[in-house]
Design a protein around this ligand. Structure first.
Ligand code: C5P
Ligand code: MG
Length: 190
């Protein structure tokens, strides 16, 4: 199996690139943010619980996110592999992912971080907010809070995978096609 973690701050292009990568590598795309938005749209108990955190740009508690992720992975027993987009966001989530994949006798193949600076992120997310309908994309202080949460809680996940020899990063500035080439080059060497 190939199990990729597509990593990087909000607005770094994870979703855009994941949609292209799943076609090329025949993987299952799991975006925890998209799953939450679906649950919120369907007004499920999980969605109602997650909504307040997402609206503020805070993280949903680990146990909630990990349980949702596990269900999604287990819904695809025959998968060739997965692209995890927006997960893991914390060290406990990374540890839970490693345990889950170990149970399936597989592992994370590599984590690839898209590098984009803060001002570019704010610009991109505001632009996305014009059409995404996402409240958390439309308010600059919420966007900046998401960046702060990324730096304090999520960035350590990169070092966690570097310690396993699995951390990679690519320049996330450029055209969608250029960034796709950079990602593919890393994946083809994993
Ligand atoms: O990944 P994405 O940016 O779409 O996530 C949107 C929001 O969903 C995050 O800002 C956060 O509130 C929540 N989220 C989370 N934990 C994750 C993924 C997303 O709390 N692992
Ligand atoms: Mg996304």
């Amino acid at each position: 199996m190939i199990n990729l973690v597509l990593f990087g701050p909000p607005g770094s292009g994870k979703g855009t690139q994941a949609h292209k990568l799943v076609k090329k590598y025949h993987l299952i795309h799991i975006s925890t943010g998209d799953l939450f938005r679906h649950e919120i749209g369907s007004q499920t108990p999980l969605g109602i619980q997650a909504k307040a955190f997402i609206a503020k740009g805070e993280l949903v508690p680990d146990e909630v996110t990990i349980g949702m992720l596990r269900n999604k992975v287990e819904a695809h027993p025959g998968a060739k592999g997965f692209i995890f987009d927006g997960f893991p966001r914390t060290i406990p989530q990374a540890e839970a992912l490693d345990r889950l994949l170990a149970e399936k006798e597989t592992a994370v193949s590599g984590l690839i971080a898209l590098q984009v600076d803060d001002e570019e992120i704010v610009k991109r997310i505001k632009l996305r907010g014009e059409t995404s309908g996402r409240a958390d994309d439309s308010n600059e202080s919420i966007i900046r809070n998401r960046i702060d949460v990324y730096k304090s809680e999520t960035a350590p996940v990169f070092d966690y995978y570097v310690q396993q020899g699995k951390g990679h990063s690519v320049d996330g500035i450029g055209s969608v096609a250029q960034i796709f080439e950079r990602l593919s080059a890393v994946i083809d060497r994993l």
